[in-house]
Design a protein around this ligand. Sequence first.
Ligand code: GAL
Length: 416
Amino acid sequence: MLKLSQMATAVALVVAGSAAMAGEVEVLHWWTSGGEAKSVAELKKIMQGKGHTWKDFAVAGGAGDNAMTVLKSRVVAGNPPAAAQIKGPAIQEWAAEGVLANLDATAKAEKWDSLLPKVVADIMKYKGNYVAAPVNVHRVNWMWANKAVLDKAGVKSTPKTWDEFFAAADKIKKAGLIPVAHGGQNWQDFTTFESVVLGVGGAKFYNDALVKLDQKALTSDTMKKSLETFRKIKGYIDPAAPGRDWNLATAMVIKGEAAFQFMGDWAKGEFAAAGKVPGKDYICAAAPGTANAYTFNVDSFAMFKLKDAGAQKAQGDLAASIMGTEFQEVFNLNKGSIPVRLNMKMDKFDDCAKLSAKDFVDTAKAGTLEPSIAHGMAVKPAAEGAIKDAVSQFWNDDKISVADGIKNIAKAAQAQ
Ligand code: GAL
């Protein structure tokens, strides 16, 4: 039996111990749509379950442009969050600034090297050390369709080529419905654009033009055809698209106001949050001409160097939780993506996710797995931003000729 004074000391030790072990994590992200918010809430729950305090730092704006601007000002002010959603080559740029924490201890203990596809692990490492934890794999080259709208317009099968797509779009227009739900931000234009380039030119062309930024590919006839196809799609959107958020465009397809949307599978998170079932209420199909290729978008969190021991412990727990099986399943079920961790059971996932998982593996083998340029996976942020602007200007201004559009994009690709 402990004496009272001994007990008091023991209690004090336990309290002090847990105070040192628990910490606050401030997490910067841009997951504010219905499906996104449900997904990130799962991470919060897991962290709270470990005794940590979650400080939500959500900056609205699809694809994270606003979030990245806010992040820069916080880091410059010497007050970084504990973790931030940072992806692709941008991870390298942040790490080169010397502000990111080394996650190797967690990665080693949790065996990340054997649990991640190499293509993903490489993105998460700076000079061989892990500096970010991957969350998921989103596929970008999807086309979403409302089944009832297709039936109503007499579209018998989901279009597999761009010619079939435009034939279907004409039928939908005739039936008095909006063929394509589109929003009004440059990254949405860019998302559609990359799927068009992939569909028109194929994976090798996509890689030459939008990953290697090869000037010959960027100024080729295939790019001309891509821009012509891209512009043609604009004829099938509604006049209220400017300024519209991506999830509101998805809602148009969910409600049967529009037939199609070109968007990554975070759109599926919106269908799921609305209780819609793939195959029955809606269709997920590869964007026309892209069934044998896959543009990937891996979300990840980087941690910033912090002095407080509790905060450091919380960061380690956050990184471990992100790669844990519990989170990988529940988060991705809500988010529309697939687990990034290898060998996860897929039985709870729907057919779209199963197709994504299969195609991820198959396209990696076939050499047609490509990083998404519109979602920060393919090139450095400066070039990405410049090309995105050029593509969006072309989309929004019909007076820019295809020849000038090509020139502008090729020039933007030289941005450092
Ligand atoms: C992407 C991000 C996704 C998704 C989308 C829209 O860039 O990787 O997780 O949420 O933006 O906000």
